[in-house]
Design a binder for this molecule. Structure first.
Ligand SMILES: Nc1ncnc2c1ncn2[C@@H]1O[C@H](COP(=O)(O)OP(=O)(O)OP(=O)(O)O)[C@@H](O)[C@H]1O
Ligand SMILES: [Mg+2]
Length: 335
């Protein structure tokens, strides 16, 4: 089962440039979470801080009692083995075949025999749909295939925590839809805790149990998907609606004068957002173990959430509860 990741008061800067301050959130065990945020808000820096590759100045990242910020390097190194990380750029070795790229962590971190390595690598290659391409070099395949190879490599050490940095960038909409399904199927198969950084609104709307957003050097919000999807917070709404009007500018946040001018110009209001259902695992796969845990967790906090999120959550779970009776044969319907 996946492991909970607890982030407390995390603050990171590079020299005098602050990236984000006081980020506090918990990635619930085995659940899928998405982190949104405009370019340059520090999402990649956040992922790297979780696995201890970058050191925030303040705060803690707790995994099984190990603090990935302040614990001795030896403990951090051991705990890092629980992670599978899919990098933004794929980060494959150009001179190695896909097979060797995917086998790399096994050869580096384990003493498994070559026959065992072959079995594991081919299994992961099949999971991400790359069978037949294992002999190719990264330069000989498409960007989407490189992404999936990066994902396969992230999976070889049976990670309990999976971090994906923009798994969709450079993919067409159809490939992105397959990728969304692949992420949910993976979660059903291994019950790992997952955090996905993405700009893709379809992934954000259909994949995660939880969602957060980084903006203006802060975590704007993090919680059950319904909270962010129903949020009226201007920056969240602008992002979800993909609009130019709002606090997010082309290269940086807009100043107050620009915002006032926009408000004065009376841009058409965005149409209301609808919450689409979360993806289910493909037929034949086990149900996601996180679903029941998430339901208990969210129902315990529902009264503290904003009204729009509260009713969205109640609707989701009411629909779930009604589903079995819809499919069960109903007596006397005599068709
Ligand atoms: N090693 C580093 N040294 C100095 N500054 C860095 C370093 N890594 C990142 N930064 C800075 O931190 C900020 C956040 O970068 P980061 O890559 O995390 O953004 P991001 O949210 O992942 O953006 P994108 O969506 O474009 O990938 C940027 O201003 C970047 O220049
Ligand atoms: Mg990034």
């Amino acid at each position: 089962m996946g492991i909970e990741v607890v982030v407390e008061g995390l603050t990171k800067s590079f020299g005098r440039q602050s990236v984000w301050r006081d980020v506090t959130l918990t990635l619930p065990a085995g659940e899928v979470s998405v982190m949104l945020g405009p370019s340059g808000t520090g999402k990649t820096v956040f992922l790297k801080s979780l696995i201890g590759l970058l050191k925030p100045e303040k705060g803690r990242v707790l995994i099984n009692g190990v603090d990935m910020v302040n614990s001795p390097e030896r403990e951090i190194y051991e705990t890092r083995k629980l992670f599978g990380l899919m990098f933004q750029d794929g980060a494959l070795f150009g001179s190695m075949s896909l097979f060797d790229n995917i086998a790399f962590p096994l050869r580096e971190h384990t003493r498994k025999k070559e026959s065992e390595i072959r079995r594991i690598v081919m299994e992961r290659i099949e999971v991400v749909g790359l069978l037949g391409a294992e002999g190719k070099l990264p330069g000989e395949i498409s960007g989407g295939m490189r992404k999936r190879a990066g994902l396969a490599r992230a999976l070889v050490l049976d990670p309990q925590i999976i971090l994906c940095d923009e798994p969709d960038s450079g993919l067409d909409p159809v490939r992105t839809a397959y990728l969304s399904q692949l992420l949910i199927d993976l979660n059903a198969q291994i019950d790992a805790t997952m955090l996905i950084v993405t700009h893709n609104l379809d992934i954000a709307a259909t994949v995660p149990d939880n969602m957060g957003m980084l903006f203006r050097r802060e975590l704007v919000t993090f919680g059950p998907r319904e909270v962010l999807l129903t949020s009226e917070e201007p920056v969240v709404a602008q992002f979800l609606d993909g609009r130019r009007e709002g606090p997010i500018g082309m290269s940086e946040e807009k100043d107050a004068a620009t915002l006032a001018a926009e408000a004065g110009a009376g841009a058409a209001p965005a149409p209301p957002r609808r919450i689409v259902p979360q993806l289910e695992p493909s037929p034949g796969l086990p149900p996601r173990a996180a679903v029941a845990r998430r339901r208990r967790r969210v129902m315990a906090m529902v009264d503290q959430l904003p009204p729009a999120a509260r009713s969205a959550i109640r609707e989701t779970y009411a629909a779930d509860a009604a589903a079995p009776t819809l499919t069960a044969p109903s007596a006397g319907s005599g068709t």
